[in-house]
Design a protein around this ligand. Structure first.
Ligand code: NAD
Length: 255
């Protein structure tokens, strides 16, 4: 078991990638806090799955865009499990529309969750880890769009690009405390955030043509990378982005 006696928080873990990360961490022995915003039943199901296989889980409702909620998330975790070792900032939203038509409120909403939420998660978790004095692991789920432009998705790209520099900067700042900070940058993964693609075969075909491995990824595959970064095997890894994208970032046309 790679995470025995460790305590982890995974934001937005009632579905998709977050859910798979919570389950993988629990499988490896970590006690896990399942954070959700809108779907208590799904969050409860994840916790039941963890407990059903002999693990420990806590369900907390916290909107990551709200400082008091994130503070409560870390406080409740420490109260229940006594400590915090691994923080995964995974919660995210997308609102796609052309830049020229994007209202400022949409920009603010997307930034507040995807970048603000990760900022708050990193800060609250790091404060707790520094207090404990035994280091820790922070993993942010960003996106290939921390690097790769996506027309009609400017708030999302701005947020994920910001998350890249947040990670790099605090990795340096937190290193003296033994806290590592890394980003996972998924390409196209089969989760609820991409549900609309199933109803749009043309878009799906275009997307798959951009992926050298020729298929979307599965949330379980992303979870294995998160597990590596959380485990003892990654003790010397900090300040980096890890792409998991079927080769999308290296895609080259035939002309
Ligand atoms: P998802 O929609 O299943 O997961 C996002 C989760 O975040 C949901 O559970 C949602 O309820 C939660 N959430 C949203 N706003 C929140 C808030 N304010 N507070 C707390 N929780 C909130 O989709 P997913 O694909 O699993 O997305 C997880 C992360 O992966 C996101 O950050 C997303 O940007 C990133 N990502 C996904 C893909 C992909 O192709 N699926 C690709 C690149 C990056």
């Amino acid at each position: 078991m790679q995470l025995e006696n460790k305590v982890a928080v995974v934001t937005g873990s009632s579905s998709g990638i977050g859910r798979s990360i919570a389950l993988a961490f629990a499988r490896e022995g970590a006690a896990v806090t399942v954070d959700y915003r809108g779907h208590p039943d799904e969050a409860k199901k994840v916790a039941e799955e963890v407990e059903g296989s002999g693990g420990r889980a806590l369900v907390v409702r916290a909107d990551v865009s709200k400082p008091e909620d994130v503070e409560g998330l870390i406080r409740e975790t420490a109260r229940e499990f006594g400590r915090l070792d691994i923080m995964v900032n995974n919660a995210g939203i997308e609102e796609k529309m052309p830049f020229l038509e994007t209202p400022f409120e949409v920009y603010e909403r997307v930034l507040a969750v995807n970048l603000g939420g990760a900022w708050l998660g990193c800060q609250e978790a790091a404060r707790r880890m520094v207090e404990q004095g035994e280091g820790g692991r922070i993993i942010n789920v960003s996106s290939v769009h921390e690097e790769r432009p996506m027309p009609d998705n400017s708030p999302y790209c701005a947020a994920k690009g910001g998350l890249r520099m947040l990670m790099r900067t605090i990795a340096v700042e937190l290193a003296p405390h033994g806290i590592t900070v890394n980003n996972i940058a998924p390409g196209a993964i089969e989760t609820p955030i991409n549900e609309n693609l199933n109803e749009n075969p043309e878009q799906m075909e275009e997307l798959l043509s951009e992926i050298p491995l020729g298929r979307m990824g599965r949330p379980e595959e992303v979870a294995e990378l998160a597990l590596y970064l959380a485990s003892g095997a990654a003790s010397y890894v900090t300040g980096s982005t890890f792409y998991i994208d079927g080769g999308m970032m290296r895609q080259a046309g035939s002309l």
